[in-house]
Design a protein around this ligand. Sequence first.
Ligand code: PLP
Length: 451
Amino acid sequence: MSTTSEADIAHLFHPYTNLVRHPETGPMVIVRGQGVRVFDEAGKDYIEGLAGLWCTALGWGEERLVEAAAKQMRQLPFYHLFSSKTHEPATRLAERLASMAPIPDARVLFACSGSESNDTAIKLIWYRNNALGKPEKKKIIARERAYHGVTVATASLTGLPVNQRGFDVPIDRILHTGNPHYWRCANPGETEENFASRRAEELEKLILAEGPDTVAAFFAEPVMGAGGVIVPPATYFDKIQAVLKKYDVLLVADEVITGFGRTGQMFGSQTFGLKPDMMTVAKGLSSGYLPISALIVAGHVYDDVKAQSGEIGVFGHGFTYGGHPVSAAVALETLDIYAERDILGHVARIAPVLQQGLRALQQHPLVGEARGIGLIGALELVADKEGRKAFDPKLAVGARVVAKAQEHGVILRAMGDAVAFAPPLIISEDEIGQLLGRFRAALDEAHGELV
Ligand code: PLP
């Protein structure tokens, strides 16, 4: 029988992987996890500095989630929500999310991934404006460096070249405006507030140039994740929301990463004062244990969609596995654990340790900017600190540092030359110290090789 690595190289088509190099470098086979650590085939431990893919908030080995899944598997392993059918886990989860989300009269539509929920949001926006007799009002604005997923429509919203090059996206009716990265994009001498005003003015100009009657919605991650962990500058979302309101443009908050405590409040929208008309959540909803996502829509949006579906006869959208009972049961248990263990209180106590640790690494010769909030952050690696000069992309410095970090027993992710940190929310002060200590050793080694 072949080894896992041999079978992988022979048959597995890897997402987000250099497919040419993969057979040479081979896969990294992870066999188990416990707490904030995962273990490879050789038994070596790694601190998971990104909670998998920003999702495993409760870490590995949470028996209560295993039990919740097993119990639901025995009771009702599958049922769907089409044609007025329902079941207890999805209903209770919808009820819970509606009560938690900062959205008035919320309704919850389930899917299985962040991409699917964002894609559904786009469809609802179009469907609703047809219902309202505004068939021209369909354009959607996202931001450069945004990440909203990889389906045809959401890869179009995503503002990262790697998700678009060669894929024949973006589709039409999708527009992009500047991202809110103050350190990288502000003009010399520009304050955070002035930079935020400039971004809001740019948005207004774009809406006016396109015609306000053609612009339907604006998508935003409260903190941009895969685009490099970009925390919005002071006053940014207030100013952006004033523009959206002026031109009757809906706000969709993509809380796929920022939901459930990551930024210190339950939702990033609360941390940054967003008042979204729709919100998408996934990842932390089940602590990544099973696939589940949700689109949470305000009552006024639901009512318009309902009226349109009445005209047509049925609301013609839904995924077979949307609101899957086992995933929903695990999500309910996850939310119970967050509440019982006061995950928000824990994040409030522990976040300064991570944030101060990252700020301390800013002294390192390779680090241009340390940024973050709550338990999410990034270090931007630069060739020249004072001039904020980036490395030649061909050097792939971010990827090299992350590879070194892996040798030192910490798994992180590079987005260009920004290295992201988003550990499980259950991480302890001591474990943050180990995570940053291992990372510093890797950074020193990479620096030694670069100079
Ligand atoms: N939105 C954000 C902010 C994300 O970070 C991601 C994934 O990382 C997605 C959407 C897409 O989610 P999925 O990979 O579950 O489709």
